[in-house]
Design a protein around this ligand. Structure first.
Ligand code: DGJ
Length: 729
């Protein structure tokens, strides 16, 4: 039983295979957090109650005499004496915002509920149990339901919150966090993933200190700058050992994740919709549902925390239709041609692709409108530019299919160029504030996805092309963040709902397209990996990881991304050398080996390959087909961090049954002399014997993990090697 309620201690205990989470209802019906960590058998943790007489500056509850500001609260509310960051603030019709929720009832059931209109992890009745705790704020009539799901197959607990207005008067949600956790210690480091364009998801680790540390987005997108993820880890935690708590929002709009250390040495972590640009009016009888927060605890370091996220997202989050299904190896024409292509050029790339064993051609930006020869215009005009695609999209697609390839098309469905037919016809369809100028970015504005007419227009445009040209894959790009956040159709009091209404509109459009075209593969993209989040993965099982396709830079980016997201979520392509972003030369082999750490493809002009490179492509495709399942369904072990060791990096995938492993080693910069260099593998069965694909020798798992694999070679800068270990019985 993953979830139990002990009526004597009024305690809920949620268990996953190796973790427990405990909540207690105390006098006054306050909902208190007791424990989150390694699995425990106990249900009664009342001894943990912490109460101090700390004087008049910590007001006491009128019902219990307890100072709520000293408690570990399960879902802290505003204005009742807990002065730390709150999770919930409701402003009633009387204009006050004191919010006081007390337990009224609960339910425990098998499976996991769907979050209306929102992406979320999913689970069958055998995979998870759910606890719903109802609490009430009698003053406003808000019924607040805290929803927890404990997975029986993963060490993950998810949270979300529903607020129902059970009164006959409206109220306004000014702050509604998805959840978080109060911990009775501040001995943690905070890890988060920062970045910018072409340098996404760089891990940074800092010590918690008194006060608040937060990451956020106000961009109406998760953004390049901070991924909606943090981990709290003990100071001595590393890849393999120590406590690691990971928190990831399944959300793609403005968010905040905040850690606050109080003066008693407790830490509060809360995560949810960024309240700065948000409020939501709830009329009588209406309900609001928060996005989901995924919480993972590992006692075996950051590595196991990541592997739990990977398994959960691969099996219980990523777009269902593509679960466990290999995605096509593709060639994308962006870095090969940019805007300079026509149908003949595309067909000649397709011919080479078919000859080399590539499975899909993706036509990137520039095929639509009338003048899209640069990024100045035409977004929104989703009709084919017949000056470039003279034969028409249907015929182009027919010819590509005839070559045995699938066909994918780039769209940027949330955007509108001020120079476009669509803008001429509907200038009010973009986000804007009457009387203010719109700030362009990449010379484009953002469509107002809170409008049903805008959503219908986009679905119609995309559907007719998908149908007419038999499109199997959509690269869904999104190349700017939002400014002048205003909608022509929302009332003044609803304008602050736009940051959330927009993303609900986006999720609706993606879902309606998938309902219409169940076999469609959507790849998420946002100026590279600027919207790489769990919300998007629910619809688009793979996301373009970064516009930086330089293999050496990609090691950093893919390493950081792997803190949370599995290899199957990352798209990675081999591009030309010297690289277009860094002008670095890297060998064809290393470019391939790094790109095989995600959904593999090519992003160059295949017509320009030499014969030797064509042979290398054929070999890479054979290797990728051989290793893809191991990489995408196996367990990742990060062996040498490129952030700690700027000379070498290494990572390893181990199959779930430990019968095979794949080691990848890249020399970013060689040293003058070779020296002893043994890489200790991890995650193998010490009792099993494994044959190395490199020297044919058989080694025990124990030796590979304790003695290591010798990497003493005459490597040059940018060299790399993969070694496959297979069990010998
Ligand atoms: C940004 C994407 O990340 C690129 O891959 C490419 O699709 C361009 N946009 C096209 O404008």
């Amino acid at each position: 039983m993953p979830i139990i309620f002990d009526p004597n201690s009024r305690t809920f205990k949620l268990d996953t295979p190796h973790t427990s989470y405990v909540i207690e209802i105390i006098d006054g019906d306050y909902i208190i957090h007791r424990y989150f960590g390694a699995k425990i058998p106990d249900t009664d943790l009342t001894y943990m109650h912490f109460s101090r007489n700390i004087g008049s500056f910590f007001p006491n509850s009128p019902d219990t005499g307890i100072a709520l500001g000293t408690q570990l609260m399960e879902y802290p509310t505003h204005g009742i004496g807990d002065f730390r960051a709150s999770a919930l603030m409701i402003r009633g019709v009387d204009g006050t915002a004191t919010t006081d929720i007390r337990y009224i009832s609960h339910r425990i059931y098998k499976g996991k509920p769907v979050l209306e209109g929102l992406p979320a992890t999913y689970a069958s009745e055998n995979e998870a149990e759910t606890l719903e705790i109802d609490a009430e704020d009698t003053h406003t009539g808000a019924v607040v339901t805290l929803v927890y799901t404990a997975f029986s197959c993963h060490d993950a607990i998810t949270r979300s919150v529903r607020v129902k207005n059970a009164s006959d008067k409206p109220f306004v949600l000014e702050r509604i966090m998805s959840g978080g956790v109060d911990m009775p210690s501040s001995e943690y480091d905070l890890i988060h993933l920062w970045g910018h364009w072409a340098k996404e998801r760089t891990p940074e680790r800092t010590r918690l200190h008194h006060g608040k540390q937060s990451i956020e987005s106000l961009r109406m997108s998760s953004g390049h700058q901070h991924n909606p993820f943090v981990a709290l880890v003990s100071p001595d935690t590393n890849e393999d050992k120590g406590d690691a708590y990971g928190f990831n929002l399944v959300y793609s709009s403005s968010f905040v994740i905040e850690a606050e250390v109080d003066s008693f040495g407790a830490t509060r972590l809360i995560a949810g919709i960024n309240p700065t640009d948000f409020s939501w009016k709830l009329g009588a009888g209406e309900t609001f549902t928060s996005p989901e927060l995924v919480m993972v605890y590992s006692s075996e370091g950051i590595g196991e925390m990541s592997r739990t996220f990977h398994r959960l997202y691969t099996n219980n989050l990523c777009c269902r239709q593509w679960k466990g299904i290999k995605r096509p190896i593709l060639v994308n024409n962006w870095e090969g041609t940019y805007f300079d292509f026509d149908d003949e050029k595309l067909i000649s790339i397709a011919r080479d692709a078919a000859d080399l064993g590539i499975e899909m051609l993706v036509l990137d930006d520039g095929w639509f409108g009338t003048n899209r020869n640069n990024d100045d215009c035409d977004l929104g005009d989703w009709f084919v530019n017949e000056k470039k695609i003279r034969c028409g999209m249907k015929e182009l697609s027919r010819q590509i299919h005839e070559l045995g390839l699938k066909f994918g098309l780039w769209f940027e469905p949330e955007m509108i160029s001020p120079i476009s037919k669509l803008y001429d016809e509907h200038p009010d369809w973009c986000l804007h504030v009457d009387g203010r100028k719109c700030s362009p970015a990449r010379r484009q504005y953002v469509l107002d996805y809170s409008r049903a007419d805008v959503r219908d227009y986009i679905i119609d445009c995309m559907s007719s092309l998908i149908e007419e040209a038999d499109i199997e894959y959509v690269k869904w790009d999104f190349n700017r963040n939002m400014t002048e956040i205003g909608s022509a159709i929302l009332s003044p009091e609803q304008q602050k709902e736009l940051t959330h209404r927009y993303v609900l509109g986006l999720y609706e459009v993606m879902q309606r397209l998938l309902d219409k075209f169940p076999n469609l593969l959507i790849e998420g993209c946002s100026g590279g990996g600027g919207r790489f989040d769990a919300g998007i993965l629910y619809y688009a099982p793979q996301i373009w990881t970064s516009d930086d396709t330089d293999a050496i830079e990609r090691i950093d980016i893919q390493y950081g991304t792997s803190y949370v997201y599995p290899a199957s979520a990352m798209s990675a392509h081999l591009s030309a050398s010297p690289n277009h972003q860094t002008w670095r030369d890297t060998s064809f082999e290393t470019r391939g080996i790094v790109a095989m750490g995600g959904n593999f493809g090519y992003e160059l002009d295949l017509n320009k390959l030499t014969e030797a490179e064509r042979d290398a492509v054929r070999k890479q495709i054979a290797d990728y087909n051989k290793y893809q399942k191991l990489v995408q369904e196996g367990d990742l072990y990060r062996l040498i961090s490129p952030f700690k060791n700027r000379l070498h990096s290494a990572w390893e995938y181990v199959s779930p049954d430990k019968s095979e492993a794949l080691l990848t080693f890249v020399v970013m910069r060689r040293e003058i002399y070779s020296r002893y260099y043994f890489i200790k593998l991890r995650g193998l069965d010490p009792e099993k014997m494994y044959r190395s694909s490199e020297d044919g020798r058989v080694y025990s798992g124990a030796l590979l993990m304790n003695g290591g694999v010798s990497m003493v070679r005459d490597f040059k800068d940018g060299d790399s090697i993969i070694v496959h270990f297979t069990e010998v019985k």
